[in-house]
Design a binder for this molecule. Structure first.
Ligand SMILES: NC(=O)c1ccc[n+]([C@@H]2O[C@H](COP(=O)([O-])OP(=O)(O)OC[C@H]3O[C@@H](n4cnc5c(N)ncnc54)[C@H](OP(=O)(O)O)[C@@H]3O)[C@@H](O)[C@H]2O)c1
Length: 349
């Protein structure tokens, strides 16, 4: 029997790279037998993948939806970790899976984030005093309702993924909505996350760590290796045909948070570590306005700055835990992640 074919996008990235390493090092027999392909757009990165036993497919980028659809048609499972904000790419990959109908079900696993659930506490346009459970709350309907009021690319992509999956035969979709991801990645290229390193760089540039307004908004965090283990678990369940309890479609929206901090707490930790590393003169962070945060961090976009740097986005990963996900990283690993990021950004002091 020919091996099951898995396609990974974003393999050179932080999340995709760590997921690829997790799969390549997996001790699960069904995963060892997988045929894994990656879509890469930079030829200079190609050689390494061939040497690791990974099939290489080069392409111009996610904008080439015809190519995405054609390549997707040659695979059984897609892990899409390249861009959580591109509905056309998610659609093309899902449609492509449906183009080649066989006897086995195909799976599209999309990587997304939780800023699409974030409230607007600074402008007071939306205050959410709630925790979302992926098991007990109808996340899809919540996303639809928010999107009807205000468009947000990450949310639109989640909705597109679910709706295309429902429309085409033979494809099940799952979405992993990861909160802030921390920890050193294990991929071959980018090993650092986005959120925290950007805030560290901003702190050092400003001379003090920063938080927006009162910094009281709270978010969840997940270590990148714990997250990669969730991908591994989902792939293993699919390969073993152990899909009872594996929710898909509009119910198959999985959270992945394990730790929780306010923005002010994050700024305090960044300030303390940068101070100890000799990168800041004070271990005390400072409050900045939303407008200033937007100017520094989000190209002037206050909406993105508010949901991405000041909001409350509280999620409970009930579904993943129910199917056996056992994240291991603790608060000490989170603090170590901050040190690792400082060293990755500036080198050891
Ligand atoms: N890091 C987090 O905390 C977090 C949390 C939740 C969700 N997310 C979302 O998950 C996605 C991946 O995040 P990440 O941290 O792994 O980012 P990353 O390290 O920047 O990696 C992005 C990957 O996607 C590829 N890619 C991006 N745009 C592309 C395009 N237009 N065409 C082809 N390939 C493209 C990159 O390829 P190249 O190497 O060729 O550039 C790279 O392999 C992002 O959309 C991010 O917003 C991130």
């Amino acid at each position: 029997m020919s091996p099951i074919k898995l396609l990974l996008t974003g393999a050179t990235g932080y999340i995709g790279g760590t997921v690829l390493t997790q799969l390549l090092n997996s001790s699960i027999p069904e995963i060892k037998e997988l045929s894994i392909s990656v879509l890469i757009r930079k030829p200079e990165q190609a050689e390494l993948y061939a040497s690791k036993g990974v099939n290489l497919i080069t392409f111009d980028g996610l904008e080439d939806v015809e190519c995405l659809r054609r390549v997707a048609g040659e695979h059984d499972i897609i892990l899409h970790a390249a861009d959580s904000t591109n509905p056309s790419a998610a659609e093309a990959l899902t449609l492509g899976l449906a183009d080649t109908q066989g006897s086995t079900k195909k799976y599209f696993i999309h990587t997304s984030g939780t800023s699409s659930l974030g409230d607007r506490p600074v402008t007071e346009q939306l205050i959410e005093n709630r925790e979302f459970s992926d098991k007990n709350d109808d996340i899809y309907s919540y996303l639809k309702q928010r999107e009807a009021v205000e468009s947000y690319a990450q949310r639109a992509t989640d909705i597109k993924t679910v709706e295309v999956g429902e429309k085409v035969p033979g494809v099940d979709t799952l979405i992993i909505k990861a909160p802030i991801i921390h920890g050193r990645g294990t991929g071959f290229f980018n090993q650092k996350s986005f959120h925290i390193p950007v805030l560290i760089k901003g702190a050092v540039a400003a001379g003090h760590a920063q938080y927006v307004g009162d910094g009281a908004g709270i978010w969840d965090y997940v270590h990148v290796v714990d997250l990669a283990e969730l991908f591994e678990l989902l792939v293993a369940k699919i390969l073993k045909n152990d899909t009872k309890g594996l929710l898909t479609g509009r119910k198959g929206i999985y959270f992945a948070g394990t730790l929780r901090h306010s923005w002010k707490e994050l700024a305090e930790s960044i300030a303390q570590h940068c101070y100890e590393a000799g990168r800041l003169e004070s271990p005390t962070p400072q409050s900045i306005s939303l407008q200033k945060a937007a100017d520094i961090y989000t190209g002037g976009d206050e909406h993105i700055a508010e949901v991405g740097l000041a909001s409350n986005s509280l999620t409970v990963a009930d579904l993943a835990r129910e199917i056996g996900w056992t994240p291991k990283m603790k608060e000490t690993d989170f603090q170590q992640s901050l040190l690792d990021d400082i060293n990755l950004l500036f080198g050891s002091a």
